[in-house]
Design a protein around this ligand. Structure first.
Ligand code: MOS
Length: 718
């Protein structure tokens, strides 16, 4: 039989999705449900001095208004995701009268209808005693705190930079950004005989279950969280959001199911976001382009309540070889909701800075920027000296250059024009993303007639997990992929990974493979998969990265445990990263200076490719998002009010088809026997990493103007 793994299998959920048959969390019918609406605060910092709910309670059909004074809001403390626990923030917004940021939840209204809940929410009035607040990084730089354990120190960078014949030094910034998945946040909670069932769009049903169990003092067996389909997550659904707990508390109080759908505008402050960043990069090089020193200091915007450590340089320090490397990561507390993970959270901002600086260095040296990158390709991990588990970066660069036609580039800025007289700019960049791995269980069941079922509490965020996990089981069992049904997104299934960090295929897939093998091994020698003994064969298997110690692996596998164990990209023996090279063409109107994307080429090396179709979509999607980061996306902040201003899809610009031009994606064949039994590295995030830098580099080539602040706008190239 032909291999199923490696085949471009069409998404198992494709038809159901495009025909509208898929039920997302908020679509699950709950006929008796009451409806909730949130009231959010209007000042950025201070105290609530008066909160009047009488008018809201008088709206016909209103059943409950929860504020910080309500018994429903008295909940145990919740821990922050970035500190290894579950919540978007350690601050329960209704814990007290304290206001920490604009748009903080100040009340939850529950009524018989959506209309009544919304009307009542508008009738809640609050008075505040405001305090001065700052929602931007720039205003709070003096409060920066160094994350000591994220620093990298190799050699003597200060001296190397002092002695290097060529040095470039520059600062780069990236703005706040919001995930904006099409599917809004929602929670539908119902209690029945002391058991809480919650439908929540989630990247981790297990941690959502653990958090709800903790909040209500329940054994985890009394909580079930369902999230079989997710309409985009990108990190914002990885953490548990406080409204989910408040909805469950309201449902318990009322003895009736409660449903909340969070409107787009409120999503900007009741969830997380990508924080503002600032970078100072210094690169020193020899005349022949060899890097002699790489220094990178990053400042990450944070909330005051929580510290989100983002080790961006952990990846960028692996892009090039340099005998001297010095990196620092600072967090800067500001008056905003706690930022969180958004696709390539640490890697994209850091790569924008380094990959722009490298281009500046190429110009200073008079060297082709691709050639400069090739000259500094490391043979081993420059930070630890360990071998890479696999690294096909050079192959990516050479193949990408060939597909793009890079050799035809005239290096002089503004020297290339298209037939219509538009300025052509060509830029390139490199990407890498760590191979993160987390423990997973999976169960595989083979039934008469040769059908198999795969069960794992992983998630499909629109990424193809249903399809890819079916392929892995089909391959092991010798079944056609249509003979395998996959069940995901139910906290009652065997513990699976949080769907984040580009981990699902490698981690859940390795467990599925092990479980399928265990089933296959129990087939009698003469038996066939169509005819299992006793009509059914079943096996559950666990997989954990060997680098996790037993306790960490147990925590990750034990469905009752809180938090998730995860192995980093550097083990005792290897450095493990996905790699890629991007090439971008921009077209700039010489008169209006409008910037358009012409085409993008990305070539990536991500170990074994389980499904080239879904992998292509992931990588192209990442590049498209990266291009949006380069030219469109920015959550704007009004410094006077310390609040986000463009909190809707009219004001917050996301790339659409007309913005993108032509996208070509290829992968290079790569064998990796270290990362996991499948040899598959992550594909979800790497596409985002270097794209924005490649765009900015292309803009520089077209216009002669170097833009160091994202997004690159017309105003920047006038
Ligand atoms: Mo993500 S930011 O790995 O969901």
């Amino acid at each position: 039989m032909k291999d199923v793994v490696g085949a471009p299998v069409v998404r198992a959920d494709a038809l159901a999705k495009v025909t509208g048959a898929v039920r997302y969390a908020a679509d699950v019918p709950e006929p008796d449900a009451a409806h909730a609406a949130l009231v959010t605060g209007t000042v950025a910092r201070g105290r609530i001095v008066a909160l009047d709910t009488a008018a809201a309670e008088a709206v016909p059909g209103v059943r409950l208004v929860i504020t910080h004074r309500s018994p429903e809001a008295k909940l145990p403390p919740g821990g922050f995701l970035g500190a290894g626990e579950e919540f978007q923030s350690s601050v329960n917004p209704l814990a007290s009268d304290e206001i920490h940021y604009t748009g903080q939840i100040v009340a939850l209204v529950v009524a018989d209808s959506v209309e009544a809940a919304e009307e009542a929410a508008h009738r809640v009035t609050a008075e505040y005693e405001p305090r001065p607040a700052h929602a931007t990084l720039a205003e709070e730089m003096a409060g920066a705190r160094l994350c000591e354990d994220l620093s990298i120190e190799v050699g003597d960078t200060e001296r190397a930079l002092a002695e290097a014949p060529f040095v470039v030094e520059a600062e780069y910034t990236t703005p706040a950004m919001h995930h904006n998945p099409i599917e809004l946040y929602s929670t539908t909670a119902a209690w029945c005989d002391g058991v809480l069932t919650a439908h929540v769009p989630s990247q981790s049903v297990q941690s959502t279950r653990a958090a709800l169990a903790l909040m209500f003092g329940l054994p985890v067996g009394s909580v079930r969280v369902l999230s079989p389909y997710v309409g985009g997550g990108f990190g914002c659904k990885a953490s548990v959001l406080w409204h989910t707990v408040l909805v469950a508390a309201a449902a318990r109080s009322l003895g009736r199911p409660v449903k909340l759908i969070v409107p787009r505008e409120q999503m900007f402050t009741v969830g997380s976001f990508r924080p503002q960043t600032r970078h100072r990069v210094r690169l020193g090089a020899a005349r022949d382009g060899r890097l002699l020193g790489y220094e990178h200091h990053t400042w990450w915007q944070n909330s005051r309540a929580d510290v989100l450590p983002l080790p961006g340089a952990e990846s960028t320090a692996r892009l090039y070889t340099s005998p001297n490397i010095s990196t620092r990561e600072y967090v800067v507390p500001t008056d905003v909701n706690t930022p969180g993970f958004m696709r390539a959270p640490a890697e994209f901002p850091a790569a924008f800075a380094l990959e722009s600086a490298l281009d500046e260095l190429a110009e200073a040296l008079g060297t082709d920027p691709l050639e400069l990158r090739l000259r500094n390709e490391p043979a081993r991990d420059p930070v630890t000296g360990l071998p890479f588990s696999s690294r096909s970066m050079e192959a990516c660069r050479r193949r990408g250059a060939e597909l793009f036609g890079w050799s035809r580039r005239d290096p002089r800025p503004g020297s290339m024009r298209d037939r219509d007289g538009l300025l052509i700019g060509w830029g390139c960049a490199s990407s890498c993303y760590p191979v993160l791995r987390t423990p997973s269980r999976a169960r595989v069941r083979l039934t008469a007639g040769g059908r198999a079922e795969v069960l794992v509490a992983a998630h499909d965020l629109g990424t193809g997990a249903y399809t890819v996990l079916a392929q892995i089981a089909a391959q092991e069992l010798g079944l056609p992929v249509t003979g395998v049904t996959v069940r995901l997104g139910d906290s009652g299934l065997p513990a699976g990974p949080m769907s984040a960090g580009s981990m699902t295929t490698g981690s859940a897939g390795s467990a599925v493979r092990a479980a399928a093998r265990a089933v296959r091994d129990r087939l009698p020698a003469t038996g066939t998969v169509a005819d299992p003994p006793g009509g059914v064969l079943e096996a559950e298997a666990a997989w954990a990265p060997p680098e996790l110690d037993a306790e960490a692996a147990r925590r990750g596998l034990d469905a009752e445990a809180r938090g998730f164990a995860q192995a980093g990209a550097v083990s005792a023996t290897h450095a493990m990263f996905s790699h890629g090279a991007q090439f971008v063409e921009v077209l700039v109107d010489p008169g209006t200076r409008r910037i358009r994307l012409g085409r993008m080429v990305g070539v990536f090396a991500c170990g074994r490719i389980i499904n080239p179709r879904t992998v292509r979509s992931q990588l192209a999607g990442g590049m498209i998002w990266g291009a949006g980061h380069a030219l469109l996306e920015e959550t704007q902040v009004d410094p006077a009010l310390a609040r986000f201003t463009n909190t809707d899809l009219g004001g917050y610009h996301i790339a659409c088809n007309a913005d993108i031009g032509e996208v070509t994606v290829e992968t290079v064949d790569e064998t990796d026997e270290v990362v996991n039994p499948l040899g598959a590295k992550g594909v979800g995030e790497i596409g985002v990493v270097g794209t924005a830098a490649a765009v900015a580099n292309a803009v520089r080539h077209a216009t002669g103007i170097r833009v160091r602040e994202l997004p690159v706008l017309v105003d920047d190239v006038l």
